[in-house]
Design a protein around this ligand. Structure first.
Ligand code: NOJ
Length: 538
């Protein structure tokens, strides 16, 4: 298969003494949906603790848990009432301490989620700010004087204006739901509070944070109109959102937070959600004294399209390499239609996973992708996502990727809750027992086994997950040559066939393939199925 190299990119390579996070495999747990320990139909820390051995067996390095704080319940926990307390439906602060202890014993790091752009409208600060416009708390949010029209054209990411009114007529800013007022990061008390929040959880042993809306925080001080309207179909925020995203002052906050991390000796990290369209701008968030990882979502938003995949991988590697950062890769999360459905088949999702897990950098997996879960269809009366309600049902929202995990095929609620529990908070589809963990463990052909093997091989081979990547593409076939720099281990090539018919690729030995390889390799040639990927050596 002749393929023109697109780019030959030297990136870091894992060497002894490297920080743990540079090539880590991180597993995202959607806490409400992972495992229910107390039988109320909602996932919690007791449930997560009981399933940690599963994650250790999967082979991941770290677990990232979505927000666990006391919450107003308006946006799946991303509306925080108290950053220093655990929501009672999940457990207690002591449960977090115990979870960290268990995780560390199993060799897993634990990351929490922090939400600095906004609080809940139930937060004590906001209640006081609404009650008294002259209070110090009012200065911690964005209020504008009463007027007929909203102060400007800023729109909520979930639809409708980004401004709502207080009972006395003032406007307050919320880039998400009205229950999520935006904090004013020019206020030093806001900055100081978050230093305390970081230290509180770090002191408990937590290893880091995923940082929500890390591209946000500051807004145009003059509240000028945005030049355009954000659309979720864009790769990320661009110039059209110039007044509400990517303000230069935000970088000083990440330098401040990095200094907090670096004041600990055990490798605390920050992983920012940086959904900006321009990958060089994303890279700037991962400069050596800022965030450890900056998520870009271009790959996540690319369809099943070899050119889009190859170009994005090349551009992202180049952008992160330019600042000496490692690239974080992500194909699924709690905000996005699951890969099986988005790409159109389980085979494609499996192939994409092999590609991602080969690339230099860190890989973020979303709970359930290792089972090949599809997006679930959710009855309208069971929906919970504010996106569905705020768009008047035009956008279905994210409930379909947030369904509770199927663990044990023969148990009630597929083993998500103990027997005799309340119904799961979102209904589990009737055909999901076939995908449950107990059905897939030990089955050589299952998606779970594919992930286990891929993660294990990645840990063993220096060429996988770090080193030099040369990305090339011929039509619908992408080839990534991976070479270790500091060791003499064999080079590995990852092939992915995103076309509709099989292709012949050179291969001496197949390390791992996403589809059964009936035809090869023979005489140095492997027949690679459509919608399949393989890791091969010569
Ligand atoms: C990004 C989170 O991933 C999403 O779930 C949330 O709704 C918004 N930020 C607002 O916090």
């Amino acid at each position: 298969m002749p393929a023109e190299p697109i780019e030959d990119i030297w990136v870091y390579e894992r060497v002894p003494g490297d920080p743990w996070w540079r090539d880590a495999v991180v597993y995202q747990v959607y806490l409400r949906s992972f495992a229910d320990g107390n039988g109320d139909g909602v996932g919690d820390f007791a449930g997560l603790r009981s399933r940690l051995p599963y994650l250790a067996e999967l082979g991941v390095d770290a677990v990232w848990v979505t927000p666990h704080y006391v919450s107003g319940g308006a946006d799946g926990g991303y509306d925080v009432v108290d950053f220093l307390e655990v929501d009672p439906s999940y457990g207690t602060v002591e449960d977090v301490r115990a979870l960290v202890g268990d995780a560390h014993e199993l060799g897993l790091r634990l990351l929490l989620d922090i939400v600095p752009n906004h609080t809940s409208d139930q937060h004590a600060w906001f209640r006081r700010a609404v009650a008294d416009p002259t209070s110090p708390e009012a200065a911690r949010y964005h209020f504008r004087p009463a007027s007929e029209e909203p102060p400007n054209n800023w729109q909520s990411m979930f639809g409708g204006p980004a401004w709502s009114r207080t009972p006395d007529g003032r406007w307050y800013l919320h880039l998400f739901t009205p229950q999520q007022p935006d904090l004013n990061w020019d206020n030093p008390e806001v900055q100081e509070h978050f230093d305390d929040v970081l230290r509180f959880w770090f002191d408990l042993g937590v290893d880091g944070f995923r940082v929500d809306v890390a591209y946000g925080l500051f807004k145009d001080p003059a509240y000028r109109d945005n030049p355009g309207i954000y659309s979720p179909s864009l790769f990320g925020h661009g110039p059209e959102q110039a007044m509400t995203t990517n303000q230069p002052q935000v970088h000083a906050v990440w330098r401040r937070w990095r200094a907090v991390c670096d004041s600990y000796e055990d490798g605390k990290i920050l992983v920012g959600e940086v959904s900006l369209a321009d990958l060089d701008e994303v890279g700037a968030y991962a400069r050596p004294d800022e965030l450890h990882h900056a998520f870009q979502f271009r790959l996540l938003k690319s369809g099943w399209d070899a050119a889009a995949f190859a170009d994005t991988i090349t551009e992202a590697l180049t952008a992160f390499d330019a600042v000496g950062a490692s690239a974080p890769w992500v194909l699924g999360n709690h905000d996005k239609t699951r890969q099986v459905t988005r790409y159109g088949s389980p085979a494609r999702a499996r192939a994409a996973a092999l590609l991602m897990l080969a690339l230099p950098g860190s890989a973020y997996l979303y709970a359930g992708e290792e089972l090949g879960l599809p997006e679930a269809s959710v009855p309208d009366d069971a929906r919970r996502d504010p996106i569905y309600f705020r768009s008047g049902g035009r956008r279905l929202g994210r409930d379909g990727c947030r369904i509770p995990m199927p663990w044990e095929s023969a148990k009630p609620s597929t083993g998500f809750s103990p027997a005799g529990s309340a119904d799961p908070w979102l209904p589990i589809p009737a055909d999901w027992p076939a995908l449950a963990v107990d059905r897939q463990l030990g089955d050589a052909d299952s998606t779970l086994t594919l992930y286990q093997h891929a993660i294990m091989l990645r840990a063993l081979h220096p060429a996988l997950g770090s080193g030099r990547a040369t990305v090339s593409r011929a039509g619908d076939v992408i080839r990534v040559d991976l070479v270790a720099r500091h060791s003499d281990s064999s080079p590995i090539t990852c092939w992915i066939n995103m076309g509709t018919s099989p292709v012949a690729v050179p291969a001496g030995r197949v390390l791992l393939a996403s589809s059964p390889n009936a035809d090869g390799p023979a005489d140095g040639v492997l027949k690679l199925d459509a919608d399949a990927a393989a890791w091969v050596t010569n």
